[in-house]
Every structure is written in structure tokens, then in C-alpha cells.
Ligand binder design. Structure first.
Ligand code: AGP
Length: 603
């Protein structure tokens, strides 16, 4: 089960292997424990191993592999150990067919068993390998199968692929190549796959950022699409060989946005972009925003669904809708949404929020809601993503590509969009946009050198801690949740957030001499949260205040301007910087934390 990997392919007039290596490097945020490529020249050649692309590119001399047709894969192992055998591409028994796959083949076991009974030999523990053997099996059959589309000219590789693809159950994006044929055959179902069109060739990738080096002309594939790419020809079909038309779109993002520039890591670069990105989050078509506001008012039951940081933005959104628009919305973790399905009707409005637009739990929840007739508002950062095409209404976050596994700029953009929607429900999106504009310098200053130095010093003092806690009330509680996620994701320190009022109901037992506790303060609920801080202090806790003004209970104080309803934006940023500095302090890679991937494309 190769759930969250990066796949890349190229066919054209250029040598494929150097292009594959660069593409896989650009894709590393999707999975980074093993890498492999396969190309077709006079023969099919595959090179793969466990390890990172930078090391393997040299050790396996990837760039010297011949051929103008090639496929590449960067793996994020979930099932099957991190080994050379389990790395992709996977080949058939005769080393004639090579495939790469992202997703889950749910019926792989029965397919593998029947193939093995017919003498196929398997080299890996993965589900993906069955695809190579299925194609081999079809190729070994008589190619003049009834109903084959006349336009196939009798060549059977793409036909064999289609017969193989039809046997697969689950989610998959697959690229396949065959010795002796300058051709890539590809398909997708519930796993992302896009094409990039350049003068010298065609690119395949799990998303657009990896081939922005070469082109911004993109083709988004629908579920069930089949692509047959030759050096000078590109055809789109459905799995019954019916020709389909797929438009070419141009990506807004520019190349530099997908590069680190002068920053050591994407995380710091993306944190530093927020003075701009929160402004861009407001650049919405206000007719659409007002139409959505109308749907909220006329709806009967509104749900916000998401995962991880996007879920925290939804929780913050529910507080803002209640506070600003006096409207109740239900917030649900997308992976738990099935427990609410009974309440879904055609009058229900579901906001599905996902920066990548490919999070499987969110897509599954959206499809369940659509089956019950509910209307969907998609909020995503990736034009062309599955979620962007599932919704009745679409709001794009305009944050630009986010490469670091941790969501930073996209989280604050989501919060700003929630604020904008809440104000629009009050018929006054101007006030929100004004407030966001006023935040520019405050946000800019929070990523300044002096703030970074202060947080670097704090990170030095906290780096050896085993446990860190965070408390807040109201909007500061949702901020504490997000801050805790950032710190634990990238520093691997157990970090947990509690609502300030919950402390005495259990968590206070965790506090002992020197236990670091961050306290998020705002004018709205200063007294109560400060008394919570005093309860912590009384048990020996080390109190770190995140507030606009100092307080005697603070052992350390991070000065952050109080911005009222936009505190979830402004108070999250120094915590992102702290998380970054903790990772650097601990010699960890902030962009590619262990066990995580940027887009969780399986359930
Ligand atoms: C956040 O830093 C994590 N990368 C993760 O929790 C993420 O927010 C979650 O996987 C949801 O991703 P999405 O917004 O792309 O759906």
C-alpha cells in the first residue's frame, strides 16, 4: 500500500533520467524514504533503493540512465519495509514492464494469489507490484481481444494496461512503460495525477509544483481517465477507449514560489510569506463569497470538515461564525464525519477545507455528503485538485505552493477566509479586509530577525524537554491546538493543548517543577486565562506568555500585538517560528518531518 508517494514521468526529446531526478527532488515532500526510476531505451532499465534522492542520485548514477521515456517514484512507506525491493518502480517477471503507483490496491491480495498460481514471481511486499504482473499477464494473452478500439492499431501494451487497471480496486495513480515502446500509459482513480505540457515533452506528476521548472501548462485528469503519451502524440481516453477531451490550464504560481530562494528551509520561507499571503486570502470574488453567505443563511445545518491544521482553522472558523455572525456551525474531523451522516440532507451545507485538496478523508466525507444531496463549498489552495472539482462552490486560498510538510501560511490564510465569510454573513466583508490589511506590518515584524533571535533562544532552552503544554480560551484555545501541532510535528516533543478551563479537570496533574506551559492571552478573556496560568505556576510550571503585554505570572514573555478576532493569525506565527527553531536546534529537517507527508491521500 503505497499511500502517500510522489510519482513523476517524462516522455519527450530530452534525456529522461536527469529530468526524473530533478522532478523527484521537487516531489520529495510527498515521501522520502526510497526512490527509483525506470527508463526505456534499447532496453528497460530500473534503478532504485531505500534512501533520499540526493544520496541515490549520486550512488546509483541515476542521471546516466539512457532513454527519452522514464518514470520515477519517491516512496513514503506505510506497508512493507523501507527496502530496495519495496521501492518503486516495480517490474514484471521478464523485466519488460515497469510501473509506479500511488494509492492503495484494496484487492491486491487476491490478485497476487491468482497471479502467483499462474507462476508469477513477486519481489516485494507491496500491493503495487501486482500491477506490473497484471499487465504482463494481459500481454501474454492473445492481443486480438474483441472490442479493442480500432485506433489501437493492434498494439497491445495500452490495451493490456487497461485490462489490468480494470481489475484494480481502491485508489491509484499509475504510470506504466514497456520495453521496446516509447510510450507512457497512465491512469488515475482517487489519487492525484496531473500532466505538464512543454515544447520538448510531456510530464506526469502527483501535483503541479514538481514540473513548474519546465512548464505551467497543465492538464488535470478526471477519475477513470487513461492517457497514452508518445514522444509526439498525446491521447486521452476513458477505460472503455472512448476518447475524452481534457483542457489545458495555466498555473498561476511562478517557479520562484516553489523554490527555497535564500531560505535554508521551505518552512521558514513559507512562514515569512504570511504578511503577503493573508492579504491574498482576501482576494476573493465577493459575489461568490456573498452567494455562499446566502447558502449558509438558507441552509439547514452547516458543517465544517477537515483534518489536521485545516481542522484547527475550521474550529477557529466556528468560533468566528458564532462571535461575528451569531451563527452556529458544526465542526467535524473529516475522518469522523461518518458519525454525522444521518443529519445530512439536501438542505445541509458542507464546507470542506483542505490546502492540498487531496486529503482522502476529506474527499470521502464530501462524497458521502453529496450522496445525501448536501451542497459543498470547497476551500483549497490547489486549483485542479480533486476537492477543487468536487464542490458546488470553490474558494481558492491563493497562498502559492506550500512545500514544507507543515502547514503554516495556508493555516493563517484559512483563518482569514473564515473571518471573511463570517463578516460577509454580516454583510460587511470590508471590515475584515481592512483588519487584515492593518495586520501587514505586525505579521511582517513577527518574522523579523529580532523576533527570530528571541524564539531561537527559547528553543535552545526547550529543546531537551519531553513535554510541552499549551493553554488558551476561546480563539486562543484553537490557536493553542494549532501551535501544539506545529511543535510536535517538527520537533517530536510531546506537545499538547488544553482549553484553559479544562486544566482543573485533569491536565493540571501533568504539571510539575519546570514543566513548560504556553499561555495564549487576549483582552477578551485575560482574567480567566491568567488565573489558569497561576494554577500552573503554583505547581511549579514554567509559564511562557503569548500576549500583547507582560504579566508577573510569566517566566518568559513573547510579545504579540492583540488583534482581537484575528489573534489566531497573529499568535500562530511566533509558534510556527519557534517550532522551526526547535527543529533546527535538534538537527531535524523542518521540511520533511519523520513519519509525515504533505498530502494524506489514503483513508
Ligand atoms: C499540518 O501541518 C499537517 N501537514 C497536517 O495536519 C495537515 O494539515 C493535514 O494533513 C490536512 O492537510 P490538507 O489541508 O492538505 O487537507
Amino acid at each position: 500500500m503505497e499511500e502517500m508517494c510522489g510519482i513523476f514521468g517524462y516522455i519527450g526529446s530530452e534525456k529522461a533520467s536527469p529530468i526524473l531526478s530533478r522532478g523527484l527532488k521537487n516531489l520529495e515532500y510527498r515521501g522520502y524514504d526510497s526512490v527509483g526510476i525506470a527508463t526505456v531505451s534499447s532496453r528497460l532499465e530500473t534503478r532504485k533503493d531505500a534512501g533520499k534522492i540526493d544520496d541515490l542520485r549520486a550512488r546509483l548514477n541515476l542521471d546516466e540512465v539512457e532513454g527519452n521515456v522514464g518514470i520515477g517514484h519517491t516512496r513514503w512507506a506505510t506497508h512493507g519495509a523501507v527496502t530496495a525491493e519495496n521501492a518503486h518502480p516495480h517490474i514484471d517477471c521478464e523485466n519488460k514492464v515497469a510501473i509506479i503507483h500511488n494509492g492503495i490496491i484494496e484487492n491486491f491480495y487476491e490478485l497476487k494469489t491468482s497471479l502467483a498460481e499462474r507462476g508469477h514471481r513477486f519481489a516485494s511486499e507491496t500491493d503495487s507490484e501486482v500491477i506490473a504482473h497484471l499487465i504482463e499477464d494481459e500481454l501474454s494473452k492473445d492481443s486480438s481481444i474483441p472490442g479493442a478500439a480500432s485506433s489501437w492499431n493492434g498494439c497491445s501494451f495500452e490495451h493490456a494496461c487497461v485490462e489490468a487497471f480494470k481489475k484494480l480496486r481502491g485508489s491509484f495513480a499509475v504510470l506504466a512503460i514497456h520495453e521496446g515502446e516509447e510510450k507512457i500509459v497512465a491512469t488515475r482513480k482517487d489519487s492525484p495525477l496531473v500532466l505538464g505540457l512543454a515544447d520538448h515533452g510531456t510530464f506526469f506528476a502527483s501535483d503541479v509544483a514538481p514540473f513548474l521548472d519546465w512548464t505551467k501548462d497543465v492538464v488535470y485528469l478526471e477519475n477513470g481517465d487513461l492517457v497514452v503519451a508518445k514522444r509526439s502524440d498525446l491521447q486521452f481516453f476513458n477505460l472503455d477507449f472512448g476518447e475524452v477531451a481534457r483542457p489545458v490550464s495555466t498555473v498561476e504560481w511562478d517557479l520562484q514560489e516553489a523554490k527555497k530562494g535564500n531560505f535554508d528551509h521551505f518552512m521558514l520561507k513559507e512562514i515569512s510569506e504570511q504578511a503577503e499571503t493573508i492579504q491574498r486570502a482576501c482576494l476573493q470574488n465577493m459575489e461568490v463569497v456573498d452567494r455562499i453567505a446566502g447558502m449558509v443563511r438558507s441552509g439547514f445545518g452547516v458543517f465544517f470538515i477537515a483534518c489536521g491544521s485545516s481542522y484547527h482553522a475550521c474550529l477557529t472558523g466556528s468560533y468566528l461564525f458564532s462571535k461575528v455572525a451569531k451563527l452556529h456551525v458544526n465542526v467535524a474531523l473529516a475522518s469522523e464525519f461518518e458519525n454525522y451522516e444521518h443529519f445530512l440532507t439536501e438542505n445541509t451545507l458542507v464546507f470542506a477545507v483542505s490546502q492540498s485538496g487531496e486529503t482522502a478523508d476529506v474527499l470521502e466525507a464530501v462524497r458521502a455528503a453529496k450522496r445525501r444531496g448536501s451542497r459543498i463549498v470547497s476551500i483549497t489552495n490547489v486549483m485542479g485538485s480533486s476537492l477543487s472539482r468536487e464542490g458546488d462552490e470553490l474558494l481558492l486560498m491563493n497562498s502559492g505552493p506550500e512545500i514544507c510538510v507543515l502547514s503554516t501560511k495556508t493555516y493563517t490564510s484559512q483563518v482569514v477566509m473564515m473571518g471573511l465569510l463570517a463578516c460577509a454573513l454580516n454583510g460587511d466583508h470590508e471590515s475584515c479586509m481592512r483588519k487584515v490589511k492593518d495586520l501587514y506590518m505586525d505579521v511582517y515584524n513577527l518574522t523579523s530577525r529580532s523576533m527570530r533571535d528571541q524564539l531561537k533562544a527559547l528553543a535552545r532552552d526547550l529543546a531537551s524537554e519531553d513535554h510541552i503544554y499549551m493553554i488558551g480560551r476561546g480563539l486562543q484555545y484553537t490557536t493553542a491546538l494549532e501551535a501544539a501541532l506545529k511543535v510536535k510535528e517538527v520537533s517530536y516533543i510531546h506537545t499538547e493543548a488544553f482549553a484553559g478551563g479544562e486544566l482543573k479537570h485533569g491536565p493540571l496533574a501533568l504539571i510539575e517543577e519546570g514543566t513548560p506551559v504556553f499561555v495564549f492571552v487576549s483582552r477578551d478573556n485575560e482574567d480567566r486565562i491568567i488565573s489558569n496560568a497561576q494554577e500552573v505556576k503554583a505547581r511549579g510550571g514554567f509559564v511562557i506568555g503569548v500576549a500583547d503585554w507582560n504579566n508577573p505570572v510569566f517566566d518568559r514573555w513573547i510579545k504579540v500585538p492583540d488583534c482581537g478576532d484575528l489573534n489566531p493569525v497573529i499568535q500562530a506565527i511566533p509558534m510556527q517560528v519557534l517550532a522551526y527553531e526547535l527543529a533546527v536546534q535538534k538537527n531535524l529537517d523542518p521540511d520533511k518531518p519523520r513519519n509525515l507527508a504533505k498530502s494524506v491521500t489514503v483513508l
